[in-house]
Design a protein around this ligand. Structure first.
Ligand SMILES: [Zn+2]
Length: 362
């Protein structure tokens, strides 16, 4: 029932509007204009998240959400279609993460209007800064949202695979203090911060811990010269788990590794731990899970309720009591120059969204 050509055109248009995280003003204005043209009332919050609401009766609001920013700094993205698959022409990302999600929402709104289809009151939230660790959603006043359940369009994979669980994440920043000295004449007076950091990293649980738990050290920087014992190293990492207890234990053992290494060298480490977002797992019986699964089955897809390894704005919404399922838009190899999306898959995700929205009308 959706119009596939229109969907593709919308997607291509959105891809051509530069919107790296932190530079969303232009696309935000464009999207507000589009939502208004579709009859929604729109508002921006202080940091640029866009909220649109349909002018409908009823109070069982359904949230439809995606993010308007694209990962990294790529601009001037030029999409090309080859054999029914959309790629970027250059060595940039495509930005289908998450413009395919935005395009799907716009196409569903357009289709509802065009065919005058029954739907619940719809609350559309298009966030900024999602790729910066859910910045937009984390800083949103979610208390103002009316929906108690919703669908997030921000995943890849087969259309019938529904994300109902995701890990929580701790973001970790360590500053290892040492003592500098001349490396040749009096190294014994120094405390080598790189050595301390190395011992800590070698001792900590790192990488794939178990099926739902991971950790990473992503940045290490420090030292000033070859012949100076370094007095400072900064280490940035993360820990994730879908199990809250495991996440707590993992973060604690990473802290232990740093504190232990520092103690052995008579020095100290500043540890800065921030809970970026909490894990969630929606029970199978949750109405939005049921509605989405039933709709997908009716469209002929094999349904699998799965867990993701990454966070989405859904982590924030679910934590604040808005039960959200994340569905696939067909995006593949996101965050790489090989990112692509098959038109058929994007259309399938959009049809599924339309079906869920219509089902929630009754
Ligand atoms: Zn995304």
């Amino acid at each position: 029932m959706i119009n596939q050509d229109r969907l593709v055109n919308t997607f291509l248009e959105l891809v051509r509007i530069d919107s790296p995280s932190g530079q969303e003003a232009a696309i935000g204005r464009h999207l507000a204009g589009r939502l208004q043209a579709l009859g929604l009332e729109t508002e921006f919050d202080e940091i640029g998240n866009l909220v649109g609401r349909t002018n409908s009766v009823g109070d069982d609001w359904l949230l439809l959400s995606a993010h308007m920013d694209t990962v990294g700094t790529d601009i001037g993205i030029e999409p090309v279609i080859r054999d029914g698959v959309i790629y970027s022409a250059g060595d940039t990302i495509l930005g289908g993460d998450d413009k395919s999600g935005v395009a799907a929402i716009l196409e569903v709104l357009q289709t509802l209007r065009e065919h005058d289809l029954a739907h619940p009151p719809l609350e559309v939230v298009i966030s900024v800064g999602e790729e910066l660790g859910l910045y937009g959603a984390r800083n949103m006043d979610t208390g103002k949202l009316r929906a108690r359940h919703g669908v997030i369009l921000d995943a890849g994979g087969p259309t019938g695979h529904l994300v109902v669980a995701a890990p929580g994440q701790d973001s970790l920043v360590f500053t290892v203090h040492g003592v500098s000295s001349h490396a040749g004449s009096e190294p014994e007076r120094g405390i080598n911060a790189i050595r301390v950091a190395s011992e800590a990293i070698a001792a900590m649980p790192l990488g794939r811990i178990d099926f739902e738990t991971t950790s990473n050290i992503g940045i290490i920087e420090g030292g000033t010269a070859r012949n100076i014992v370094p007095d400072r190293v900064r280490v940035v990492g993360e820990a994730r788990s879908r199990d809250a207890k495991k996440l707590e234990m993992l973060t604690a053992s990473i802290l232990d590794a740093f504190n232990g290494a520092a103690a052995r060298h008579n020095t100290r480490v500043d540890c800065d731990v921030t809970r970026a977002y909490d894990a969630y797992r929606l029970p199978e019986q949750t109405p939005i899970v049921q509605a989405t699964a039933t709709s997908a089955r009716e469209l002929g897809y094999e349904v699998m309720l799965r867990s993701s390894g990454g966070g989405t704005d859904g982590n924030i919404y679910n934590a604040t009591g808005i039960a959200c399922v994340v569905i696939s838009t067909g995006m593949e190899d996101v965050h790489t120059p090989n990112e692509h999306i098959a038109v058929a898959d994007m259309a399938a995700g959009t049809e599924l969204l339309l079906a869920v929205v219509r089902r929630m009308a009754v």
